[in-house]
Write a new protein. Structure first.
Length: 221
């Protein structure tokens, strides 16, 4: 019995120390978790809301983030249509004509995606942006679509004259390297959005490809 009594205090000391160690461990763990929570709360909005994260950003807001300051915009309807197209492409014209019928009901954003194999495509893309810089985008792009079979530089200049554009400003814009960079931005956006064909539209966050052009009015409704 004396041996048991002599051993008992040692057991109590061991148990007490173990409990203290466990208590310290859980306190440190709680402090660590709290510190992580505070750190997350202090993160910048850019860190907390990564563009394109479907759990944070809606599809509509994500696609709308690709609307650039140089992109011409027509209308102010509740439905936003982001339109990637090529001005020499017949299907692009077909889609444009369909949207023209309901233009009062939509906000139409134009983004150039010229076909690399045709130099007239790039020239037309430059011309419509230069017309937009003089607030004549609406009239000019309609004229370009109507003249799809002949979009040489001479033809584009004639259309600019008919649109009563300042030809000196138009020429300076057309020959400026900056205008090519703006078109390049649209093409980069198209690549980032995995666009492989035109016309390609984003309607209130929904992707619409060239095979759905005939159903545009129904999709928008």
């Amino acid at each position: 019995m004396k041996k048991i009594n002599k051993f008992l205090p040692n057991n109590l000391v061991f148990i007490t120390l173990s409990l203290l160690v466990l208590a310290v461990f859980f306190i440190i763990l709680a402090i660590f978790k709290y510190d992580l929570l505070i750190t997350d709360d202090k993160k910048s909005p850019q860190t907390q809301q990564k563009i394109g994260d479907p759990l944070i950003t809606s599809a509509k807001d994500f696609y709308n983030s690709f609307i650039r300051s140089h992109n011409p915009i027509l209308g102010s309807g509740k439905t936003t249509v982001i339109f990637f197209g090529d001005l020499i492409d017949p299907k692009t014209k077909q889609a444009w004509d369909k949207l023209d019928k309901i233009r009062d009901d939509i906000t139409l954003v134009w983004k150039n995606y010229p076909l690399a194999q045709n130099p007239d495509s790039m020239s037309a893309a430059k011309a419509v942006l230069c017309a937009a810089s003089q607030n004549k985008f609406n009239f000019y792009i309609d004229s370009v679509f109507e003249s799809q079979e002949n979009l040489s530089i001479e033809s584009l200049l004639n259309l600019a004259q008919k649109a009563n554009l300042d030809l000196d400003k138009f020429n300076n814009c057309f020959n400026n390297q900056n205008i090519i960079e703006l078109i390049g931005q649209d093409m980069e956006d198209a690549n980032n959005l995995l666009i492989e064909q035109i016309p390609y539209l984003f309607i209130n966050g929904k992707r619409v490809n060239s095979e759905e052009i005939d159903s545009l009015e129904e999709i928008i409704k």
